[in-house]
Ligand binder design. Structure first.
Ligand SMILES: Cc1cc2nc3c(=O)[nH]c(=O)nc-3n(C[C@H](O)[C@H](O)[C@H](O)COP(=O)(O)OP(=O)(O)OC[C@H]3O[C@@H](n4cnc5c(N)ncnc54)[C@H](O)[C@@H]3O)c2cc1C
Length: 418
C-alpha cells in the first residue's frame, strides 16, 4: 500500500495531460489519479471507466513504455509515473470491491433497440458494454465456449492471468449483456438472420489466421503456426525437440516461451533483421532470455528440409544496405547454411478469415474488411471494429474501436428511429 501511494503521489496532475494523449483509449489518467490521492476510490473508478472497461487487462499487457508512460512529463528528467501499476491497482480493487460499471441515464428512445455483437474479444466486449451502458439491448454471439478472444486464446496465462480476464468479463456481463456461446458466423450463425432480428450488428471476429511463408518444406510434419497452436491450445510432444520459431514480434516470443515451458529441449527465435529492429517489447525479450530462449538475428529462412518430417532448416545471412535514403534488407549471396531442428513454428503475422467474410457478402479492402468513417461495412446495418479492421493490433486499440463503434451505432439507431 505504501509503495502504491508513493507512485500515486508522483503524478504532477499536469493540466495539459500528455499521458492521456499517449493512451490509445484516451483515459483521463491525471483525473483518476487525483481522485485516488483524495482517497475517493469510487469516483476514481468512475472516471477511469468512462473510457475503458478493461483496466485490469490493459494495465498488464499494454506497451505502456511506448504509450502513456512515454508521454509522462516526469519522464523527461526522472522516471515516468508508473501509470500502468496505478491503473492495475485501481482496476483490481474495483474487481475486489465489486464496484459496478456505471450506466448512463436511460435514453428512452433506445429502450427497444437490439444490437447483435459477433465475437467476444476486447472489441466485441467493449462495444457490448458501451451499448448496454447506454440502455440498448445487447447479445454477444461467440464461436467458443468462453469469452475473451485472444485474451484467452493468445496471450499466455503467465502474462495475463485467466482469473483477471474472467472477473473483468463478469463486470461487463453484470450490466445485463446476453451471450450465446458456440455460435460461429458462417457456420451456425448467418448475417442475413441477424440483420432481420436486430437493429444493428457489430462484427469483431478478429484477425487471427496465422501466415505461413510460401517456401519448400512448409507442408512437412512438424511445421506449425503460432496463432493456431495458441488459439486451439494444442500441446505438442516436445521431449528432446529443437524448435525454430520464425518471426520477431510478441507472438513469436509468447510461443517460444510456451514451448520451452512445455518441455522443448531448445527453442531458437530466428529473425530476419537485427535485435534493435524486433517489434517485440524489450521486457518480453529480457523475460525470454531469462527463460533460456536463444535468438538468431539477421537470418532469413530459405527452406525446410526433411522427407516426411522436419529435419533441418536452411537459412541465409542478411544485412541492411543503403539505397537512396532507405535501408534495404538483402540476403548475403552464398551465405546459406543448414541448422538441425525438429519443429518449425511460424509467427510472422496473421490475417482475417476470408472464408467467413466472403460468406457474409461484405466488401473487402486490401485484405481487410472495408469500413467507412462511421465504422459501417458495405452493409450500412453492419458495423465492424477491432483487429478485423485495425492496423494496430493491440488490446487497447481493439477496445478503443469497440467503444468508438458503440457510439457510432447509438447515432445510427437514433437516426433510424421509427
Ligand atoms: C499470442 C498473442 C499475444 C498478444 N499479446 C498482446 C499484448 O501483450 N498486448 C496487446 O495489447 N495485444 C496483444 N495481442 C493482440 C491482441 O490480443 C489483439 O489485438 C486483440 O485481442 C484484438 O481484439 P479483437 O476483439 O479485435 O479480436 P480477438 O481478440 O481475436 O477476438 C475475436 C473474437 O471473435 C470470435 N470469433 C472469431 N470468429 C468468429 C466467428 N466466425 N463467429 C463468431 N465468433 C467468432 C473469437 O473466438 C474471439 O472471441 C496479442 C495477440 C496474440 C495472438
Amino acid at each position: 500500500m505504501k509503495k502504491i501511494n508513493e507512485k500515486i503521489k508522483a503524478c504532477l496532475n499536469c493540466v495539459t495531460k500528455p499521458c492521456q494523449v499517449g493512451c490509445p483509449l484516451n483515459n483521463d489518467i491525471p483525473g483518476f489519479i487525483k481522485l485516488l490521492k483524495e482517497n475517493n476510490l469510487e469516483k476514481s473508478y468512475e472516471v477511469l471507466s468512462k473510457t475503458t472497461v478493461l483496466p485490469s487487462i490493459c494495465s498488464r499487457v499494454c506497451p505502456y513504455e511506448k504509450q502513456c508512460e512515454a508521454m509522462c512529463v516526469k519522464g523527461i528528467s526522472y522516471t515516468p509515473v508508473r501509470i500502468h501499476e496505478i491503473e492495475k491497482y485501481l482496476g483490481d480493487l474495483a474487481i475486489k470491491e465489486n464496484l459496478p460499471l456505471k450506466k448512463y441515464p436511460k435514453n428512452k428512445e433506445l429502450k427497444n433497440k437490439k444490437v447483435a455483437i459477433v465475437g467476444g474479444g476486447p472489441a466485441g466486449l467493449t462495444c457490448a458494454a458501451f451499448l448496454k451502458r447506454n440502455g440498448v439491448d445487447v447479445t454477444i454471439y461467440e464461436k467458443y465456449k468462453e469469452l475473451g478472444g485472444l485474451l484467452v486464446h493468445g496471450i499466455p496465462n503467465f502474462r495475463l492471468e485467466r482469473e483477471i480476464v474472467v472477473k473483468t468479463i463478469k463486470k461487463i456481463l453484470d450490466l445485463g449483456v446476453k451471450v450465446e456461446y458456440e455460435r460461429s458466423l458462417g457456420d451456425n450463425l448467418f448475417l442475413k438472420d441477424l440483420e432481420k432480428e436486430y437493429d444493428a450488428v457489430f462484427l469483431g471476429i478478429g484477425s487471427n489466421v496465422g501466415n505461413i511463408l510460401a517456401l519448400e518444406g512448409n507442408d512437412l510434419q512438424g511445421v506449425y503456426n503460432a496463432n493456431y497452436l495458441l488459439e486451439k491450445d494444442i500441446h505438442l510432444d516436445l521431449e528432446g525437440k529443437r524448435v525454430a520459431v520464425i518471426g520477431g514480434g510478441d507472438v513469436s516470443l509468447d510461443i517460444a516461451r510456451v514451448l520451452k515451458r512445455e518441455g522443448a529441449k531448445k527453442v531458437v527465435v530466428v529473425y530476419r533483421k537485427g535485435k534493435k529492429d524486433m517489434p517485440s517489447r524489450n521486457i518480453e525479450e529480457e523475460a525470454s532470455l531469462k527463460e533460456g530462449i536463444k535468438f538468431l538475428f539477421h537470418r532469413n529462412l530459405v527452406k525446410i528440409n526433411g522427407d516426411t518430417k522436419v529435419k533441418s532448416i536452411e537459412v541465409v545471412r542478411t544485412k541492411f544496405v543503403k539505397k537512396n535514403d532507405n535501408q534495404l534488407l538483402i540476403n548475403i549471396p552464398n551465405s546459406n547454411y543448414e541448422l538441425k531442428f525438429n519443429l518449425v513454428v511460424f509467427a510472422i503475422g496473421s490475417h482475417v478469415d476470408y472464408e467467413v467474410l466472403e460468406k457474409s457478402g461484405l466488401e473487402l479492402n486490401k485484405g481487410k474488411l472495408k469500413i467507412n468513417e462511421n465504422n459501417q461495412t458495405s452493409n450500412s446495418k453492419v458495423f465492424a471494429g477491432g483487429d478485423l479492421t485495425n492496423n494496430i493490433k493491440t488490446v487497447a486499440w481493439a477496445s478503443k474501436s469497440g467503444r468508438t463503434t458503440a457510439l457510432k451505432i447509438l447515432d445510427y439507431l437514433k437516426e433510424n428511429m421509427l
